[in-house]
Design a protein around this ligand. Sequence first.
Ligand SMILES: [Zn+2]
Ligand SMILES: [Zn+2]
Length: 337
Amino acid sequence: MWHVLLVDFEEVDESLLDALPTVGSVVIFLASAFAYLASIAIAIGMVGVMYGYSYSYSNRELRLGRTVRARTAARRVCNAARRRDGPANGIPQRVEAAVPALLTEGHERAEGDDCTICFQPTEFPVNRHSKVYVCCTRRVCNGCTLAARQRGMYDCPFCRTPHPRGEAATLRMIRRRVRKGDVEAIKYLGSKYYFGSLGLPKYVPRAIQLWTEAAELGSLEAHHNLGDSYYFGRGAGVEVDKPRGIHHWEQAAMRGNAPSRHNLGYAESMERNNELAVQHYMISAKMGYKESLDAIKRRFMEGHATKAQYAEALRGYQDAVGEMRSSHREEAKRIET
Ligand SMILES: [Zn+2]
Ligand SMILES: [Zn+2]
């Protein structure tokens, strides 16, 4: 057996044994070459997949042209807003989501516009068709005030406190409520300083200070007043600061303040952003704000709004006005005129 194996081994061609190392090198060389080529192929494949994905993605974007344009427009608005509300003004930078929120929030009138007695929203301008009584700082519409008088009630129609006699007594009543932190009273006192009434000197810096305090406590009217002051530079010593003014209007508009919403439309139209302006005007027109309806009508006539948009604004406006009407309010208006 061993002998056979020995013989067999001896019979193997010597040259083959000599060639063994050479064959091994060739195999190693081929394996490395294969691995090299395979890695190149994988790299090419990956590039191809990535390119294909990006191509199909961009193709999808192209197909959804409207989406792309909308995104671009939103980004442009957002970037403009970021430039506007830069940290230089001490206003936090807005995130992109804030732009849609500005248009989706605040479609309902703010509760502060409702009459405390009949719960109906007050007609515009709110402070002409209603009154805030200093005793309780509650808003009562002219219709309810008239109805109370017709029943022989000449004190506050809500809390029945007799009206303060004279400016000094009114001011004392207001200051008492300001000391208690009544937001409406703080805003009210700010307005008295702004116009210099109730025996107070006209002092705009104090008005701005009180409005700022009231705005921080949630007064939408205070936000609106600050918006007007900064955007237009109204009031002695107030410099024009449009970004700050717009910021205050936005705060009020997103919580249902129609005059602020209208002013945002105005600010956008000043920047020739007619499409965005109409969107703002549409919201306030549907709250019954006549100036916004008129603004949409003008843009429709100039070709910056569609007939459908004007018709929608008109319908919404008429519905809102219908909700604000009452026989007592109509009577109060007749007496006023
Ligand atoms: Zn009322
Ligand atoms: Zn009262």
